[in-house]
Design a protein around this ligand. Structure first.
Ligand SMILES: NC(=O)c1ccc[n+]([C@@H]2O[C@H](COP(=O)([O-])OP(=O)(O)OC[C@H]3O[C@@H](n4cnc5c(N)ncnc54)[C@H](OP(=O)(O)O)[C@@H]3O)[C@@H](O)[C@H]2O)c1
Length: 305
């Protein structure tokens, strides 16, 4: 619980800053639903796994290793399918797609939750900046690989962040996806979260005419393992002020769970949610040409890998 929640009003959905994942799913039965959550072993993904399972959904929980996925899934009582999916390794993502397909289940929602943030020094995978690769390219391979498994009214939820506003002016610097021409930790994280948002909106355009939906969310600011790469001083400050000003993990998991399952937003697509309500993203997130370019560049990258 933070001080801020006492000053924040609830939004039109009846939920708000202080709502938890349990609260946004209160009274809902998810029995018969299958939901995929990436990064199910930590932070918001772990809480999403717990609450979705509590409401009766069967959850496909992915983590970087099978051991981590199994351990996280073992913590909940409902039916789960632990799967290894290392997003920075295309072979691992493709193997997870094949394994999930073999389950032969229709997937009601895919929550692309896993992510890394603000690496102090440039790191790369396959010649691309690591946050862009992990947060965007890994999920791009996963989601596009599983489209045929998505139910007719299935939902895709991308974890973006308000940090998408820290992306470069161009939105995505296509001529510097390697980071070699210049690297700044928060700009690179912002670019990866802008990519999550642009991908989500482009997917929504591609879903038009169907009942499938695609939305992006900002979960709030929550102290989780996400800060592991952050400057240690900033991390210490976060630790001290966190309980007063940050969301708790149950509050942080609310918006992704809400967007994935709540009946109030069935049919809503191409939106950006925060505090379990529709919110405003950076204006160029709606630039359809930019979204299409990111999709096409991502396809070219994946083809080259
Ligand atoms: N916390 C916040 O304040 C905040 C704010 C805005 C947006 N978000 C977004 O919310 C999402 C969840 O973050 P969180 O706060 O719950 O962080 P977290 O506790 O660090 O969880 C991140 C998850 O992603 C997994 N992951 C990291 N790199 C991966 C890779 N290469 N392949 C597969 N999985 C990988 C982690 O696995 P390991 O444990 O094995 O590393 C972990 O399961 C992220 O997308 C983040 O960008 C968070």
């Amino acid at each position: 619980m933070s001080l801020i929640e006492h000053f924040m009003k609830k939004g039109p959905t009846g939920f708000g800053y202080g709502s938890t994942a349990e609260e946004v799913t209160a009274g809902l039965s998810l029995v018969g639903k299958t939901i995929l959550v990436t990064g199910c072993n930590s932070g918001l993904g772990q809480e999403a796994l717990r609450v979705l399972s509590l409401r009766g959904a069967q959850v496909i929980g992915t983590a970087r290793t099978l051991d981590k996925a199994k351990a996280a899934c073992a913590e909940v009582t409902g039916k789960t399918f632990p799967v290894a999916c290392e997003l920075a390794d295309p072979a691992s993502v493709k193997a997870s797609v094949a394994e999930i397909k073999k389950l032969g289940l229709k997937i009601d929602a895919i929550i692309c939750n896993a992510g890394i943030m603000a690496l102090p020094k440039l790191k790369q995978a396959y010649g691309l900046e690591l946050q862009f690769f992990t947060n965007h390219i890994g999920h791009f391979i996963l989601v596009t690989g599983l489209i045929d498994q998505l139910a007719e009214d299935g939902r895709v939820v991308m974890l973006s962040s308000s940090a998408h506003s820290m992306a470069p002016k161009a939105g995505i610097e296509f001529d510097n996806l390697s980071g070699a021409k210049g690297y700044r930790d928060w700009t690179a994280y912002g670019q990866s979260k802008m990519a999550n948002l642009l991908f989500s909106k482009e997917l929504a355009r591609r879903f038009k005419g169907s009942r499938r939906t695609s939305n992006a969310v900002h979960p709030g600011v929550i102290r989780t393992n996400l800060g592991r790469h952050m400057n240690p001083i900033m991390n210490r400050v976060f630790g001290l002020v966190g309980p007063l000003v940050l969301k708790s993990v149950p509050q942080g998991a609310a918006t992704e769970v809400f967007a994935a399952v709540h009946p109030a937003v069935a049919g809503v697509s191409g939106a950006y949610f925060a505090n379990s309500n529709i919110a405003k993203a950076r204006a160029d997130a709606d630039d359809a040409a930019l979204g299409r370019k990111l999709w096409e560049e991502s396809e070219k990258i994946v083809a080259r890998l």
